[in-house]
Design a protein around this ligand. Structure first.
Ligand code: SF4
Length: 85
């Protein structure tokens, strides 16, 4: 179980960004190993996200996911029309 869910009534401006980053990292750590992207591929995906205009404050502007969380799931893909990974 993941623990206390994030507040659904808070705007980002009212939220502790460090808390969000910590929550995302916890969720990644809790994913089964076999579902997680291999480290080299994970780094490659995040480098693509960093260079992408759709990335804002860690969120993908196409799907609304936290990019780090999406990239950590091996079966996921970049949701853009022309996927970057
Ligand atoms: S997942 Fe794709 S569209 Fe979203 S920020 Fe990363 S590279 Fe950009």
């Amino acid at each position: 179980m993941i623990g206390k869910p994030p507040c659904r009534r808070c705007l980002l401006a009212e939220t502790d960004a460090a808390h969000i980053a910590e929550t995302v990292q916890k969720r990644i750590a809790q994913m089964p190993e076999e579902e997680r992207t291999a480290p080299a591929e994970y780094a490659r995906r995040l480098s693509q996200c960093r260079a992408c205009d759709m990335l804002t404050d860690g969120l993908c502007g196409v799907c609304g996911c936290y990019a780090e969380l999406r990239a950590a799931k091996a079966k996921q893909h970049c949701p853009d029309c022309v996927p970057r990974w």
